[in-house]
Design a protein. Structure first.
Lengths: 326, 454
């Protein structure tokens, strides 16, 4: 185990995988000299050469299209997007090409492509640089979606993503990059996709959250604990595949469900989870599941307004209590 | 088509009734004309029949609910039938719900997050009970009816912890005899430990409980109540019927100016009349003859068949002839409607029917209301003569004694005749001594010479 930031956990896994497999390489904006604006590719070009970690033009469509072709021809590219908000300029590449190529070619094309980058609030990056966009990629079949909330998960999930022969959208959170975690040093440390993590065990209410909100849910759980309410916090870790079984098992125990995320509440993935769980264990529910997400407004530039748009710890506490009629 | 079960109005004076038991559970099936629930009024306990055949979809008022007459207390229909409209109607009758609803606009919003749209359905749900799926599941696990569980959730919602905290009153098993004794002695069955098979409460358990109660009372009160050593007094709570009788008897004597006239009737011809019927295989009793004679005499003396009201004297052109019937728990006075229009054998049939109903506790309130005069017969106890208290608002009551062979003077000869005393209590506010005497003489004439009634 080493104590390192979330960003360094990402960097170290990239290095470790590039060392292990020469087909693994990194491309993106400012990844070569700068090492990415958050330092996730720092030193990779020096260690592995400019041909395995190189800058691209500012064209996400191009980067992802190149990554797809490269993956089809046997390489294992990791494409870094500076902001995951920019997936929108490459939607045709991602949803029509990356997600469907293997399918339309009868399974003959393998697409070992990782598209990774950061998203979310915390820096006042305003409307087009602060969004949480992972729900969209859960909607379309053909791509896996990972959302690590800790350094350990970032390392284990990224390694699994790179070694996976299918395309993976890898969502990091800018608000977590500087946070330090204990991260395993094992160069083969992998976390399987579709296996949720029980971040905190509890008996009264199940709180499902991802990314930054795993930490906010844990804060809320600590407050609830003082009031005698035992919350179980579950981090699904990957949205595709999703570990519904873990949530189902928890809700059967607690009878109450709160899903909280930074993605917009409307049509957000929390609603999908609430619906699936309602179908699976309606009889076990003692209250309607509550979903918390960012309000239906573009994220404001001002940090205080940004914070007002997203769910607060107090919101999570209140929602958990509401499911308990308290 | 769903049918409402309403709190029946069975008598003019009835304004509300207490439900004492549901004989069919919610969701159970019921058949028209078979017992559905038990209720109590200020006069009696009665079993009511289902007004329709179907499923008892909803019990709106549970046990111990005091419900005004005509209010809906349950709904019978087909499973799955939409009874929302009937429930809404029933709610509207509920004054508590209505007042809550009207108070709602004044109440501050519970939470700023609650949209106004949610407030409206919540109001409609007032009085209804819901349970969360989990609460229902827990109720099934505990084998309790989730609708019996007190709700702590919003809008009368039963939630999981309500069910977990709910301890249903255990069903008490007791033999019918034990239950009967317990009722008379006012013993709470839930406090008695059964010694019968599977803990069933039997007669001796109740008797032991009574003995224990006496013993307990003895130790506490022996010193202060002046009872001789080893003896005791005990206090048994008054039943509802006892209280009603007590109140009405006192009220009768306090409002009416009551006094008595007595005559003795020679029953020779009445006995001969019975023989005539007997030959035709028809049985009539002496009491039937008295009832018949009284109903005819009342038509001759309408003031004896009247009542004093605030407006004036209420005259009745019909005779609803009351008959006092002693039952285990007290006294009831059903009346024979339109007795003046019945043949003597018809009166006999109705009188027997009412007496049976009284003993089985199945009298309807209508059968006990609206009487205009009463006959009380204690002849079977061998009383030569007794007096009775008038059953208000009536103005007279006949107290009928036993028939005894008595030496009487007829045509200056002492002969033995079957004699029966008839004592009239009357209300001097409405009838004076002479007309009362005339009425009593008419009764005597009719009884002594039944052919005069033809």
């Amino acid at each position: 185990m080493s104590r390192k930031t979330y960003a360094m956990a990402i960097r170290d896994v990239l290095a470790s995988e590039m060392k292990r497999d020469e087909k693994v390489y990194v491309m993106g904006e400012d990844v070569q000299k700068l090492g990415g604006i958050f330092g996730c590719t720092r030193g990779l070009a020096d260690e592995f050469g400019d041909d395995r970690c190189f800058n691209t033009p500012i064209s996400e469509q191009l980067m992802i299209g190149a990554g797809l072709g490269s993956a089809c021809s046997g390489m294992r590219p990791v494409v870094e997007l500076m902001y995951m908000d920019f997936t929108f300029v490459a939607m045709d590449q991602i949803l029509n090409q990356v997600a469907k190529t293997r399918y339309v070619f009868g399974g003959k094309a393998r697409i070992p492509l990782v598209i990774r980058g950061q998203q979310g609030i915390g820096r006042g990056n305003a409307a087009t640089h602060s969004q949480s966009v992972e729900s969209i990629f859960m909607h379309f079949p053909g791509i896996k979606v990972a959302c690590p909330a800790t350094g350990e998960d970032a390392a284990g999930l990224l390694r699994t993503a790179i070694r996976d022969d299918n395309p993976v959208m890898f969502f990091e959170h800018k608000g977590l990059y500087a946070t330090k975690f204990e991260v395993p040093d094992d160069p083969d440390f992998c976390i399987p996709f579709g296996k949720a993590r029980i971040a905190k065990a509890g008996t009264d209410v199940t709180i499902v959250a991802n990314l930054l909100y795993v930490h906010r849910a844990l804060e809320a759980a600590a407050i609830l604990e003082k009031e005698g309410i035992s919350a179980e916090v579950i981090d699904p870790r990957t949205l595709v595949p999703f570990d519904y079984d873990a949530v189902e098992e928890s809700v059967k125990k607690t009878g109450r469900l709160v899903v909280v995320h930074e993605a917009h509440k409307t049509a957000g993935w929390g609603r999908e989870v609430a619906a699936e769980i309602s179908e699976r264990c309606f009889r076990y529910l003692d209250a309607a599941p509550i979903t918390l997400g960012t309000k239906a407004c573009p994220l404001p530039f001002a940090l205080n307004l940004e914070e007002a748009a997203v769910p607060s710890v107090a919101d999570i506490v209140a929602a958990a209590k509401a499911t308990l009629y308290k | 088509m769903a049918v409402k079960v309403i709190m029946p109005k069975q008598g003019l004076q009835m304004t509300e009734g207490t439900i004492t038991g549901w004989l069919v559970e919610e969701g159970g099936s019921c058949t028209e004309g078979t017992p559905l629930f038990e209720m109590e009024t200020d006069k009696l306990t009665i079993t009511m029949d289902a007004p329709a055949t179907g499923t008892l979809l909803k019990i709106i008022h549970g046990v111990d609910a005091v419900v005004p007459i005509t209010h809906t207390i349950a709904i019978i229909g087909e499973p799955g039938e939409d009874i929302a409209a009937l429930l809404a109607e029933a709610e509207a009758q509920n004054p508590a719900a209505a007042s809550t609803a009207s108070a709602a606009p004044a109440a501050p919003a519970a939470a700023p997050a609650a949209p106004a749209a949610q407030a409206a359905p919540a109001k409609e749900q007032e009085g209804k009970k819901f349970a969360t799926p989990r609460a229902k599941m827990r109720a099934e696990e505990k084998s309790v009816n989730v609708m019996d569980v007190p709700a702590s959730g919003p809008d009368n919602l039963v939630i999981e912890r309500d069910v977990l905290a709910y301890e249903p009153a255990p069903a008490v098993k007791a033999t019918p005899l034990a239950k009967k004794i317990a009722e008379i002695e006012n013993v709470d069955l839930s406090e008695v430990k059964g010694t019968g098979s599977h803990g069933k409460i039997v007669k001796n358990d109740i008797l032991s409980a009574v003995a224990a109660r006496i013993a307990a009372a003895q130790t506490v009160k022996a010193k202060e109540d002046g009872a001789p050593a080893g003896r005791t007094k005990r206090v048994v709570p008054m039943t509802k019927m006892r209280k009603i009788i007590a109140e009405r008897m006192v009220a009768s004597l306090q409002t009416e100016a009551q006094l008595q006239h007595v005559v003795r009737c020679d029953m020779t011809n009445a006995a001969a009349l019975r023989e005539v019927y007997k030959k035709k295989n028809k049985k009539i009793s002496y009491n039937d003859i008295v009832l018949y004679a009284t109903s005819r005499a009342l038509m001759d003396f309408p003031m004896m068949n009247a009542s004093i009201t605030d407006e004036g004297i209420e005259m009745h052109d019909y005779v609803n002839l009351g008959m006092a019937v002693a039952i285990d728990t007290g006294l009831v006075v059903p009346n024979i409607k339109d007795a003046d229009m019945m043949r003597i054998d018809e009166i006999g049939v109705v009188a027997k029917e009412l007496a049976d109903k009284a003993k089985n506790n199945t009298l309807g309130l209508a059968e006990m209301s609206g009487g205009t005069f009463t006959v009380s017969n204690l002849g079977m106890f061998g009383l030569d003569q007794f007096t009775a208290i008038i059953n208000p608002p009536e103005s007279g009551i006949l107290a009928v004694g036993a028939i005894t062979k008595t030496p009487v003077v007829v045509n200056d000869q002492i002969v033995i005749r079957p004699m029966m005393s008839v004592t009239l209590s009357y209300d001097h506010r409405i009838v004076d001594g002479a007309p009362a005497a005339e009425f009593l003489r008419r009764v005597k004439e009719y009884i002594e010479e039944p052919t005069l009634m033809l």
